[in-house]
Design a protein around this ligand. Sequence first.
Ligand SMILES: *Cc1c(COP(=O)(O)O)cnc(C)c1O
Length: 421
Amino acid sequence: MNEPGFRLGFELLGEVDPEIAATINEEEKRQQENLIMIASENLVSRAVLQAQGSVLTNKYAEGYAGARYYGGCTFVDRAEELAIKRAKEIFSAEHVNVQPHSGTSANMAVYLAFLQPGDKILGMDLSHGGHLTHGSKVNISGIYYQAFSYGVNRETGLIDLGNVRKIARETKPRLIIAGASSYPRFIDFEGFAAIAKEVGALFLVDMAHTAGLVAAGVHPNPVLYADLVTATTHKTFRGPRGGMIFCRSEYAAAIDKAVFPGLQGGPLMHIIAAKAVAFKEAQLPGFVKYQEKVVANARALAEGLAAEGFKLLTGGTDTHLVLVDLRSNAISGKEAEALLESVHITVNKNVIPYDPKGANDPSGIRLGTPTLTSRGMETGQMLEIAALIAETINYRNDKKRLEKVRSRVAELCSAFKVYYF
Ligand SMILES: *Cc1c(COP(=O)(O)O)cnc(C)c1O
């Protein structure tokens, strides 16, 4: 079989469940045939995929290594211990819990460990780049806790620590959260820590997006400044889909108890093994080079887009992502997302701070470089892609031009293959 899915050894799946096998094939093709610029996505290695697809999924292991509620845990204990040892080394952490099923679960465990229902939390406004789990009204974090928010400066697009301090003094939160889903600049963790200390709050950094950059030392390490740090393993970090929590030793017992038995049952041991593999990969020399390229590519993309006349929030980026304010391009984020998808460039619509439009049809798009960098692309390709994006948006009614863009995108996709093709 030459169908892509079967190159990953899915012959058996094809026999047992042709519908799902075909669906996986289609998804593999989609990943290969599109320039995926979703900032929160990446491509895991085949080694990570293999660990995820292993028999470790068969094992129940409630509890922690050496203290499980099930027999037969010798080998999954070893996998979890390896994951923990590596993660602590990479992030210079005193303690890590690698069991959270996702970034959201990691945040919930922190809240469960340190907050009572009704307690005050202070996080970044969702519409300014924060995350649902930092106090949004529709999320448990805003339903069970009294949530306050800070935003960015209207002119600069930057977090204004003076404003954060003012709100923190007024509201006296039990927990202050820094970290975002769409903020392209470094965050002053030390400054946040000082504010938290001043108002007697615990300080949580959610580095869901930037964990890979942090691991490679191309982004400040919040573990050195925060009481608690949560992360995902699947965004810039390029591991399996999951979460983790770092903390100082004094909080270790509370965090472990909140994850299990507080919030979760059996840990996903196949995913924990895959996390260990991703940690191992993060300790190889190529990882730093990769993350450096992710950032260099985002900078090149930002420069290219700015040169094409696009307005960028904060004027550029320090990280893996770029936010484009489309208000001067006479196109909405939703329209731009659909239009770019039609030429096989995948981005997501995104609210911009002080967005005059709603979240369903916001005024911006968010673009990221982790996936394209995993395919081997460099700054030259980013500049070209910026030009292709501009051509698509500026000449959106010119079918011939769009067709030309589409065929150039197809060429780029086949020149920079997703690993399994
Ligand atoms: C992605 C993200 C999360 C949630 O991660 P999931 O694994 O999708 O639950 C949490 N916080 C921030 C800042 C994120 O960007």
